[in-house]
Design a protein around this ligand. Structure first.
Ligand SMILES: Cc1cc2nc3c(=O)[nH]c(=O)nc-3n(C[C@H](O)[C@H](O)[C@H](O)COP(=O)(O)O)c2cc1C
Length: 157
C-alpha cells in the first residue's frame, strides 16, 4: 500500500512549524544558507538536533563538507529572510545582518534563537539526508516566531 504524493503533501501541510535558516560553509569557506522547516530537537544529553536537507539543494554538499551548521530560528519580522534563503539568488546574504559565531559560520541577527552545531551523523533518507548535530552553543532572544502552515507564512497573533 503506497500513499499518493497528493495525499502525503496535503497531510504534511497541516503541520504548523517554525521556520529556520541553516547556514554552513563549503570547502573554500564560502557561506551557504537554506530555509528549513524540517528541524527538530532530538536529545537533551547530549544536546542533539536534526535537520532534513534535500540532496539536490546547493547547501547539501556544503553541509557534508563543513561538518557543522548553524540553525537560526526566524522571528515574525524575518519573512523576507526566509524567502531569500529559499530562493535561487546567487548572493543570499546580501543586506542580511549577520555576525560570526564561535563556529566561524554566519549567524542571522534578529533571530529568535541561534544554535551552533557539529555534525555527528548523516543519515540517508530517500531524497533527503538527515543531519544530526550536537549543539555546541545556543542563545535565545525575545519576540514572536515566524510560522509556516498550509504553504503560507503566519504569525501567532
Ligand atoms: C518555509 C520553507 C521551508 C523549507 N524547508 C526545507 C527543508 O526543511 N529542507 C529542505 O531541504 N528544503 C526546504 N525548503 C526549500 C529550500 O529552502 C530551497 O529549495 C532552497 O532554494 C535551497 O537552497 P540551496 O539550493 O541554495 O541550498 C523550504 C522552503 C521554504 C519556503
Amino acid at each position: 500500500m503506497a500513499v499518493s504524493s497528493e495525499d502525503f503533501r496535503a497531510a504534511l501541510t497541516r503541520f504548523a512549524s517554525g521556520v529556520t535558516v541553516v547556514t554552513s560553509a563549503d570547502s573554500e569557506g564560502r557561506p551557504h544558507g537554506i530555509t528549513v522547516s524540517a528541524f527538530c530537537s532530538v536529545s537533551l544529553e547530549p544536546p542533539l538536533v536534526l535537520i532534513c536537507i534535500e540532496k539536490l539543494a546547493g547547501s547539501h554538499a556544503s553541509l557534508a563538507e563543513s561538518g557543522r551548521f548553524t540553525v537560526n530560528l526566524l522571528s515574525s519580522g524575518q519573512q523576507w529572510i526566509s524567502e531569500r534563503f529559499a530562493s535561487l539568488e546567487p548572493d543570499k546574504f546580501r543586506d542580511v545582518p549577520t555576525a560570526t559565531g564561535v563556529s566561524g559560520l554566519p549567524l542571522i541577527a534578529g533571530s529568535l534563537a541561534l544554535l551552533e552545531c557539529e555534525i555527528r551523523q548523516a543519515v540517508d533518507a530517500g531524497d533527503h539526508s538527515v543531519f544530526i548535530g550536537e549543539v555546541m552553543a545556543a542563545s535565545a532572544d525575545g519576540g514572536d516566531p515566524l510560522v509556516y502552515f498550509l504553504g503560507d507564512y503566519r504569525s501567532l497573533a
